[in-house]
Design a binder for this molecule. Structure first.
Ligand code: G3I
Length: 456
């Protein structure tokens, strides 16, 4: 019998047709075909690595890699065991591949590509046209020489790796931060004008027609002036037939730049333009449950968007993160899995065999003009569980006015509800229960965001 803590019962009006939104389960077979990920047939146990769990969702799960660490056993074995895609962290940038005009050096990048491909991992290419890590000679060229150097660089680097790179960041960080929506100053922008970007993408398509061509940037993860500017460029490219296939959302998060509440909505609006979206440089400062919940929410946002084809974290271990002194990754400095790792694996539907795991999925049950009812289904992993916990975050000024089938507690803001069982904590392997709640819209219809499900 459901226990109900009713504060303010919903009015008895004709509900609109229920619309179910499943956060975790997607059309796996179609997506597997779309991205060429290996199908896992007849799996009865949850996948136990990030790459395998992501493949079951039709996605890749990658890491940025530095060539000079590949010889370190724990680094390479963690990479090889857990990840299904790699991005060279610095080795494909212009200063590494063409330090002197016309002289190309691919040694370190080749090392990474060979390592990855000999182990069945995919490779993301990063990056061809960027204002940073650009050798001095490029900035000294006049417009005519610069155009020809840019096109030659794109052509030579892409043809060297032709057919071996699933997605290329053709252009990186070409827009300014802040509210202007303007292009960032760079030798390309300043000497060639806006049109350099289009030219770069056209040159890239000709150089390797099999590679997906991406625009990649940071601070575009939520809906804001900068992401609007990128959105308008992609829309214009699609309308005019300029070749672009994907947008990379770097996703470097910390307390000053948190995971945005409208992340999923933003990914979806880009996908609706007819491009894939990828999370390309994910790292999130913090530790423990807070960091784990943030990671989980990023993964669930990607899984909720069918054109979100993969996630890359910006490094394997905290030991070598570009954020000096930070702990933003999934493995600590000793290569031990962090709570964030477990949260990502669980959000991908995986779990280590025998461990108590659960997944939480959200659906909207009923709605009225002033409120809606949400339903969260908790499903045990491959082992029986006796307890579960998850969080539900609403967007202010929304408020939760009633809950049922669970025992809620609240954070100080009143926006984050932690839900525990109310007599429905014992679940057999694979079994489900659910709890519900009423959200007063107060003018905002944004769906609630679920935290990761933890079980014991
Ligand atoms: O390899 C040299 C070494 O020989 C030298 O002794 C040392 C000291 O100067 O520098 C080493 O190179 C450094 C390189 O990382 C490799 O560690 C560069 O100075 C340093 O600038 C470079 O930083 C990289 C940064 O991009 C450069 O902008 C980071 O590793 C890399 O993680 C970071 O990645 C960027 C993405 O490409 C784009 N998005 C943001 C992201 C984070 O900043």
């Amino acid at each position: 019998m459901a226990s109900r803590t009713t504060i303010d019962p919903p009015p008895q009006r004709q509900p609109r047709r229920p619309r179910t939104r499943t956060a975790l389960v997607v059309g796996t077979a179609a997506l597997l075909a779309a991205v060429g990920a290996p199908a896992v047939a007849g799996t009865t146990q949850a996948a136990s690595t990030l790459g395998a769990a992501a493949a079951e969702q039709g996605r890749y799960f990658g890491a940025a890699v530095a060539a000079n660490h590949l010889g370190e056993t724990p680094y390479a074995s963690t990479l090889d065991t857990e990840f299904s895609s790699v991005t060279p962290e610095n080795e494909m940038k212009w200063d590494a591949t063409e330090p002197t005009r016309g002289t190309f050096t691919f040694g370190s990048a080749d090392q990474i590509v060979n390592h990855a491909q000999s182990r069945g991992m995919k490779v993301r290419g990063h990056t061809l046209v960027w204002y940073s890590q650009l050798p001095g000679w490029v900035g000294n060229l006049g417009a005519t020489d610069l155009r020809s150097a840019m096109n030659n660089h794109i052509t030579q680097v892409m043809q060297h790796y032709q057919g071996r790179i699933h997605s290329w960041d053709v252009a990186n960080e070409a827009f300014q931060d802040g509210d202007s929506g303007a292009r960032r100053s760079s030798p390309f922008q300043d000497k060639l004008g806006d049109g350099y970007m289009e030219e770069a993408f056209r040159t890239a398509r000709a150089a390797d027609p099999a590679a997906k061509l991406c625009y990649n940037d940071y601070n575009i993860e939520g809906i804001n002036a900068k992401s609007n500017a990128v959105y308008n460029m992609v829309r214009d490219f699609k309308a005019r037939g300029v070749p672009i296939d994907c947008v990379g959302f770097q996703s470097h998060f910390n307390s000053a730049s948190p995971v945005p509440y409208d992340y999923r909505e933003n990914l979806q609006r880009f996908a609706d333009l007819g491009v894939d979206v990828q999370i390309t440089e994910l790292d999130i400062e913090g530790s423990g449950t807070a960091q784990a919940d943030n990671y989980s929410s990023v993964v669930r946002s990607c899984l909720a968007v069918s054109r979100c084809t993969g996630i890359t974290v910006w490094g394997v271990t905290d030991k070598y993160s570009w954020r000096a002194g930070g702990t933003p990754l999934l493995f600590d400095g000793n290569y031990t899995k962090k709570p964030a790792y477990n949260a990502v694996l669980a959000a991908l539907g995986g779990g280590s065999s025998g461990a108590a795991t659960c997944t939480a999925t959200y659906s909207k049950a009923e709605e009225w003009s002033d409120r809606f009812n949400g339903k969260v289904t908790i499903t045990a992993g491959s082992s029986a569980i006796s307890n579960w916990t998850t969080t539900v975050t609403v967007t202010p000024p929304q408020k939760v006015s009633a809950t049922w089938n669970g025992s809620p507690t609240w954070d100080t803001s009143g926006n984050v509800m932690t839900m525990r069982p109310n007599g429905n904590g014992n679940l057999a392997a694979g079994a489900s229960t659910s709890f519900g709640f009423t959200v007063m819209r107060n003018g905002t219809s944004t769906p609630p965001v679920l935290g990761s499900c933890t079980a014991s």
